[in-house]
Design a binder for this molecule. Sequence first.
Ligand code: FAD
Ligand code: NAP
Length: 338
Amino acid sequence: MTLHFQSRFSLKALNTLGFDAVAERFVRVRSIDELLELRDEVKRSSSPLLILGGGSNLVLADAVPGIVAQLAIEGRAFEALDAESVRVTVGGGENWHELVRSSLGQGLYGLENLALIPGSVGAAPVQNIGAYGVEVKDLIEAVEVYDWAEDRVYWLDNRSCDFAYRDSRFKRESGRYLITRVRFLLSRQPHTVTSYAPLREVLSPQQREQPEAVFDAVCRIRSEKLPDPRELGNAGSFFKNPVVSAEDHRRLKSAYPSLVSFPEGEGRFKLAAGWLIDQLGWKGRRMQNVGVHAKQALVLVNYGGGDRGQLEKLANAIQRDVLDAYGVELEPEPRFYP
Ligand code: FAD
Ligand code: NAP
C-alpha cells in the first residue's frame, strides 16, 4: 500500500471559499496504480468518496464524511498531427491556468480565453468550463476516466462526454467517473474569439488577432473584477445564468428594458444572473460573515469565519428575491458536498 491516508484532515486551504471543513480521511492520488488502491479501500471500508481538484467549485459542510481524494496525476505529452494541429495529453492533477499559460508560451493556441480559471485540468470537463465565448469542449478530443460502474479505465471521445452549457455527463452522473487525463487538440494557427464586448473593447483590431493579447486582456479584466480566492474566499459565479422561453423573455424585456440577455438557440434566451441580482440591490451586501461581491453580484464571498449554513441563508434570500421580482429560478453552480 503506497497511499497515505490522513485522518481528520483540514480542507480549509483546499477549497477556495476557505470554509473550515474537516475530512474524516484525506489522501492524494498520483497514479492509476494508486487509484486502483483507492478503489480497493473505498470498497473495503464502504466509505463515501469525494474527488477533489482545486476545490474552486465546491461548497463543503463543516464535517466531510468518508474519504476525500485529491487527484494529483501529473504529466503532459505532445503529438504533432499535421502542420497545424497538436494533440496535448495532460494529467488531471495539473493546474488549469498553468496549462493555459504554458501552451500559449509554446505557440499552441485555443485556450487563451479560459485563462485564470482556478482549479485542475481533471475538473475542467466536469462543468465544461467556459469564459468569454469559449468552452473547454471546443478544444477537447477525449477524456480518460476510471468508471466506477464498469471498474475500468478507458477513453471517452468528445461526443460521448455529452457536453452542454456548464454541464457534462460527468456532472450529471456525479460520482461515476474519475477523470485521470484529458486530451486537447490545440492549434499552431491563431483562431481568436473576441465576441464578448468587455474583451473586444480593450483590444485594438490588430490585438484581436493575437492570442497573447487576448490572454493578457482576459487576465487583466478578471483580476480587476473577480476576487482572488487567496484574499477573499469565493467559488466564482454562484448561480448559473437562467435560460428562459421567448415568451418569458418578452415579458421580462418589456418590464425591464435594460435586461441583459442573449439568444441561446431554439428560440430561448440566456439571462445574465448577475444583472438580475444587481438590480435588486444585492451587490456589496453582507449577511453575517458572507456577502455579495461589490464588483460582481454573481460572486458570493466569505469574509472569513463564514460557513455553508451562512452561505445557504444568503443564497436562499437572493433566490427568493429573484423569484418574487422576475418569476425566474436561480440554480447554484457549485456542488454542495455532502
Ligand atoms: P473542484 O472544485 O475540486 O471540484 C468540482 C467538481 O468536479 C466536484 O464535483 C468534484 O468532485 C469534481 N472533480 C474534480 N476533479 C475531478 C476529477 N479529476 N474527476 C472527476 N471529477 C472531478 N468556472 C467556469 O466555468 N468559468 C470561469 O470563468 C470560472 N471562473 C472562476 C473564477 C473563480 C475566482 C473561481 C473561484 C471559480 C471559477 N470557476 C469558473 C469555477 C471553477 O474554477 C471551475 O469549475 C473549475 O473547473 C473547478 O476545478 P477544481 O479543480 O477546483 O474542481
Ligand atoms: P460579463 O462579461 O459581465 O457578462 C455577463 C454575462 O453575460 C455573462 O454571464 C455572459 O455569459 C453573458 N455574455 C456577455 N457577453 C456575451 C456574448 N457576447 N454572448 C453570450 N453571452 C454573453 O461576465 P463576467 O461575470 O465578467 O464573466 C466573464 C466571463 O467569465 C463569462 O464568460 C463568465 O461565464 C466567466 N466566468 C465564469 C465564472 C464561473 O464561476 N462560472 C466566474 C467568473 C467568470 P456566460 O457566462 O455564458 O459567458
